[in-house]
Design a protein around this ligand. Structure first.
Ligand SMILES: [Zn+2]
Length: 126
């Protein structure tokens, strides 16, 4: 449980850094989960061919895609107003940035700066 204690002592992150962190966790979680499934399939069916791996790979891709999308809808929310932050239909400040938290400097719904310290949405007064 030292990991948890270490995490608690990390200095407060900005909203932007929080999204970056969560994105990395989702990515590593998805990749890690996919590797575990592949390892399990190879362990259960050692003679499986590459062609036979295509179907489970496609199913896994769809499941991972849905899971990441679903988690993203829960995670990528403005801590102040709760708006889902992918901000489709808005005009970004830096349209070329790869991630929405670098495309924007503030929530377009409530205007909170992404450089503000992150706080859990529940902890912010309404
Ligand atoms: Zn907002």
């Amino acid at each position: 449980m030292t990991g948890e204690a270490a995490f608690a002592t990390i200095a407060p992150v900005t909203i932007r850094e929080h999204f970056d962190l969560m994105s990395n966790r989702i990515k590593y979680g998805a990749v890690g989960g996919a590797l575990v499934v592949v390892a399990a399939i190879l362990w259960l069916y050692p003679d499986i061919t590459k062609q036979q791996m295509i179907v489970p790979a496609l199913v896994m891709g769809a499941v991972v895609g849905l899971a990441v999308g679903g988690i993203g809808r829960l995670v990528y929310r403005c801590p102040k107003c709760g708006a889902y932050m992918t901000m489709k239909g808005e005009t970004p400040i830096r349209p070329d940035a790869a991630t929405f938290w670098n495309r924007w400097s503030a929530c377009p719904h409530c205007g909170v700066s992404l450089d503000e310290p992150w706080s859990k949405p529940d902890a912010v007064g309404q």
